[in-house]
Write a protein that binds this ligand. Sequence first.
Ligand code: MN
Length: 197
Amino acid sequence: MARRGLEDYRAKRNFECTREPAGAAGVGGDACSEQLRFVIQKHAASSLHYDLRLEVDGVLASWAVPKGPSTDPREKRLAIQVEDHPIEYGGFEGVIARGNYGAGAVIIWDAGTYESLSEGETMAQSLERGHVSVRLAGSKLRGGYTLQRTGGGERPRWLLIKRRDAGADARRNPVASQPESVLSGLTVEDVAAERKP
Ligand code: MN
């Protein structure tokens, strides 16, 4: 079971060498924002993947989704839970320099707010139980998604599945048709080449 908090995140990075944020001392997040945020970063690391991050208790609970999210409820996408990331990481778009953990270009592929659909339990409890159900309000993804844990270990495996609602559309394939950043309009290839918006 992945531990809550940023110790694992920091242990993997040398902040003298990477432009990724270190995360504020302590947790607690932004006390002024009431809406919980989510972000999906497209990350052209040694293998391309999409990092789904949900704000939970002042950090970003995180999964690496190799194929990215689908809008088709029949598709089950593998999502590997990784270490919690600092809230500020959700705003990171740029290049992680060669030689560092996760080296490669990162863009903010989608971002917005979410709410839990699991009534009567906290997100922390949903994560512990291995069943998370959320409604996303992003630019590319909208509506319900379920995350179901299927395996344990240091990097637990989950499945990410679109729920059947108005946001579901088997014909859409935003991973292919909308590859650009919602922040800058750049693709990971643009960012890797240091092109500017
Ligand atoms: Mn990643």
